[in-house]
Design a protein around this ligand. Structure first.
Ligand SMILES: Cc1cc2nc3c(=O)[nH]c(=O)nc-3n(C[C@H](O)[C@H](O)[C@H](O)COP(=O)(O)O)c2cc1C
Length: 234
């Protein structure tokens, strides 16, 4: 039984989620649910315009981070593709605090305007291309925190990774794959891994080697096809 079902049972048994969350009146909770439902997409974007919409999501907010320069390079590389629409989504723009929602994300009972904005943005997409750095052998906290805010918005969609680090960010992505599985995201095998030593000048200016840059297209090819495929699951 999943943690979500256990949480639901516990909540039903006590007729509220009060045992795990601050108490709110029925009217407040109802209003929050209605507000959360308002941000849900009216229709699947892929059904609406025929082209899958894929977000290139940054994963950093540290001043001086190279993350956005890598994401911008990715966006430039895929801009000419005709099989999907891509949009760069900078997590830093959302200014998400450390997770401070009272209810598990799967409830979509969001209290904070910033969560509703993040939910609405992620709901726009059929697939995700995460730009991932590695901190302490795992994915950086900004991305992990942002993923924790949502659940349903990611379900039955596809994802791919462009990572970087001393070992290409490989360990960060392996950990991220586990979290994304729980969010019911299908993550493609092909992966782009940039080395801090070979693909960055002075560890700061992104200058990808031809060999590593060449791994982007096969990954995006797989991501687009899985993105289309998972629309049928939704
Ligand atoms: C707190 C912290 C922990 C780090 N841990 C790792 C690590 O475990 N493996 C690694 O390859 N690089 C590690 N690095 C180096 C980063 O990969 C490198 O600084 C990279 O530029 C960070 O990405 P950013 O510029 O997006 O912050 C770490 C950097 C920081 C700031």
């Amino acid at each position: 039984m999943s943690w979500f079902k256990i949480f639901s049972r516990k909540s039903k048994a006590s007729h509220s989620a009060a045992s795990v969350a601050p108490s709110v009146s029925d009217a407040t909770a109802k209003a929050a649910v209605e507000a959360a439902l308002e941000v849900a997409p009216a229709a699947d974007p892929l059904v609406e315009n025929g082209l899958p919409k894929i977000a290139i999501i940054t994963g950093a907010s540290r001043p001086g981070s190279v993350n956005k320069s890598v994401a911008e390079w990715v966006a430039a590389q895929v801009a000419g593709r005709s099989d999907a629409d891509f949009e760069l989504v900078d997590i830093a723009d959302f200014k998400l605090p450390l997770l401070d929602e009272a209810y598990p994300a799967a409830y979509q009972n969001y209290q904070n305007p910033v969560t509703k904005a993040w939910s609405a943005k992620i709901s726009e997409f059929d697939g995700f291309l995460f730009v991932v750095h590695e901190y302490n052998h795992t994915a950086g906290p900004v991305l992990v925190n942002a993923l924790s805010y949502l659940n349903v918005e990611f379900n039955n969609k596809a994802a791919g990774f462009v990572s970087y680090g001393s070992m290409g960010g490989a360990r960060a992505v392996e950990h991220l794959r586990e979290s994304l599985s729980e969010l019911q995201v299908a993550h493609v095998r092909n992966q782009v891994m940039f080395s801090l030593f070979d693909d960055f000048e002075n560890f700061s200016e992104f200058k990808p080697t031809e060999q590593n840059a060449g791994t982007l297209t096969p990954m995006v090819d797989q991501l687009v096809s899985w993105t289309k495929g998972f629309a049928t699951v939704r």
